[in-house]
Design a protein around this ligand. Structure first.
Ligand code: ZN
Length: 153
């Protein structure tokens, strides 16, 4: 539940903002259209992201803090959500794991690439113990292997 006045922490990349919105909108598995605009809330510059679900037509609006101009992550698949710019303030290890599972289930190269990147974020979460980290690393390796298999075709 996102209240109208709540401003969320700044995302590190646009993809991270979209991943947050996808996870916190309605529960439909379908596509969403996304619109974003910069605006002021009081004296603060914020980014307003509105998603509309193609299935239930339900709009959701998310307001993110803007602390600096978002940077483009390095050209490295694992970095696409933004770990070179610190750990996420929006999503925790369970969220990243959920994103990885949903994306991997698509069975496409793009889905697996996102799954590998999301698990990279999960592994780097500050709240992860070493046992969980080992489990995440193993799962990431298996998604990376599936990705290689698909790409070799
Ligand atoms: Zn929906």
């Amino acid at each position: 539940m996102t209240s109208a006045e709540q401003v969320l922490p700044a995302p590190r990349t646009r993809l991270e903002a979209r991943a947050y919105a996808a996870l916190h909108g309605c529960a439909c598995p379908g596509d969403r259209t996304t619109e974003s605009r910069l605006c002021y809330l009081g004296d603060d510059l914020i980014e307003e992201l509105t998603t509309v679900c193609a299935e239930c037509s339900q709009p959701h609006t998310f307001r993110f803090a803007v602390t600096e101009t978002p940077k483009r992550p390095p050209r490295n698949d694992k970095a696409m959500f933004g770990y070179p710019f610190g750990t996420s303030e929006l999503l925790n290890v369970d969220d990243w794991t959920a994103i990885a599972d949903q994306s991997a289930r698509l069975g496409t190269a793009e889905g697996l690439r996102i799954a590998v990147a999301a698990l990279e974020e999960a592994r780097r979460s500050p709240d992860v113990d070493s046992l969980t980290q080992g489990r995440l690393t193993a799962r990431q390796a298996s998604y990376a292997e599936s990705l290689e298999t698909i790409e070799a075709r």
